[in-house]
Design a protein around this ligand. Structure first.
Ligand code: SF4
Length: 347
């Protein structure tokens, strides 16, 4: 473990910050696998003077992810969900806030020991696989970096077992990514993530670039892997219906903020935030007959710029229920029933 990783599991301030911000109070008092505490990620705009203009991609988000659960994270493009996932892995350095892994503050830690435990599956498998490397080299690279095979034979065996686990076979190890379909390429990406025996995987829209016909295969495979390997997922999607069945809890983001968080069944039965309700109303349902008779709610106006987010509640420029106080003060992210949090003045 890195010397810079500071043990703060018993840090009352951190715990209360997470709870107070609605970041998933932890069942039974167990230490969560990962905690984000008041996390911010701002990007400096090119050409602007340092510090003068920023994209507020993630703005003061706190949440915890329990070991073995899937937390679904949804919201429109540009709401900050991908940035949140990447910052949680320190692929982006946070602007402010803290990241805790098993209670250890890894915000400034050397990441090599944690890289093994924390992996990512990318949205576009064709862009995330090096076209000059064979599948065996792609999957084997992480095994080599972390010294996980003692001999060439053990390495070969490990690659073969990984390909087998994701529904490919060892003969395909010598082929290149372009020789595979999109679904197979995503399976290669998953094998690469699994190669280092991770505990936590950020699944960043892993099926949105795939044909509808194979989306369920990939989701089912991720689900089975979680059961078999005890994995913990942050599952990012722009469509709330995608995360509905795979998630234990669902968080909803709008313009860099977490606006609602609850158990999956609860948020479906009783969405509190006007934005969440719009997402549900806009989502397609699997039964075409039911879809035909539905009025699909559409949000008026574009999502505002994260460079200059609206004051008060960031959703007020599009919210059908907005009142004058909504633009004056930011609503608090509060717990309205056990484990169900939302940020809206009208609740
Ligand atoms: Fe809408 Fe106001 Fe609630 Fe924001 S605080 S979601 S603008 S009603």
């Amino acid at each position: 473990m890195s010397e810079s990783a500071v043990k703060v599991g018993a840090d009352a301030a951190a715990a209360s910050a997470v709870d107070a911000k609605g970041g998933a109070a932890v069942k039974g008092g167990a230490v969560p696998l990962i905690e984000l505490v008041n996390l911010k990620k701002y990007f400096v705009i090119k050409g602007a003077k340092q510090g003068s203009r920023h994209v507020h991609a993630v703005d003061d988000v706190s949440l915890s992810i329990r070991q073995g659960e899937t937390l679904g994270l949804v919201g429109e493009s540009g709401c900050g969900k991908t940035t949140l996932g990447r910052t949680a892995l320190r692929l982006y350095e946070p602007t402010a806030g803290r990241i805790l892994y098993r209670g250890e503050d890894i915000t400034d830690a050397k990441m090599l020991p944690y890289r093994r435990k924390m992996q990512i599956i990318f949205q576009d498998p064709s862009a995330s696989l090096d076209p000059r490397m064979t599948v065996g080299e792609i999957v084997g690279e992480a095994i080599d970096i972390h010294g996980l095979a003692e001999s060439k034979a053990a390495r070969r065996e490990r690659i073969s077992a990984l390909l087998d686990r994701v529904g490919l076979n060892s003969e395909q190890a010598n082929r290149y990514p372009h020789e595979f379909s999109g679904g197979q390429q995503q399976r290669i990406g998953i094998a690469r993530a699994l190669a280092v025996e991770p505990e936590f995987i950020v699944c960043d829209e892993p099926i949105s670039a795939l044909d509808v016909s194979i989306q369920s295969q990939i989701v089912n495979m991720l689900d089975d892997m979680q059961d078999q390997l005890g994995l913990t997922y942050l599952f990012i999607a722009h469509d709330i219906s995608v995360v509905r069945y795979i998630s234990d809890r669902i968080g909803v983001m709008y313009l860099g903020k977490l606006v609602e968080l609850a158990e999956s069944g609860e948020i479906h039965k009783n969405p509190l935030h006007p934005y969440t309700r719009t997402l549900f109303a806009a989502a397609p349902v699997p039964d075409p007959e039911k879809n035909r008779g539905r009025t699909r709610a559409v949000l008026e106006g574009d999502i505002p710029s994260p460079i200059n987010p609206p004051p008060g509640c960031r959703f007020h420029t599009r919210c059908p229920n907005a009142e004058p106080r909504c633009s004056a003060a930011e609503p608090e992210f509060r717990e309205y029933s056990p484990g169900h949090y939302a940020a809206c003045h009208l609740l």
